[in-house]
Design a protein around this ligand. Sequence first.
Ligand SMILES: [Zn+2]
Length: 127
Amino acid sequence: MTYTDKQLTAVCAQLVHRLYNNTCAYPGCLVTGEMCQIAHIMGKGAYVHWRWAICNQLVLCHVHHNWYDGRAGSKLQAQATRELRKAHGFLFAECDKLKRTTPEPWTPAAKRAKLAQLRQALEQVTK
Ligand SMILES: [Zn+2]
């Protein structure tokens, strides 16, 4: 990852944590703070281009992140996907739309523009 990639990832994380009040987005889960992390609706591996799309990110606690990513077995993964889709359907719908589009390449200029846009959004939500 380049320096700009790291900055993009860091600003995204700050913004998304803020948007979720640093609380796990799993329905009924009240875990906050250090136990929470950024989860990607569309996996970073298969959908690397969308890793900085805000609609592709959720705050999940360690346990629910493991469930969603399938590290706790396919049964819990299916449950987590169902529950998160029910609770955050609009995000999943946006991600489904993105999957059908052809992404613009990440040129250095495009990354800088995205970074400026995200920083502005972060400034707005932290006011
Ligand atoms: Zn949780």
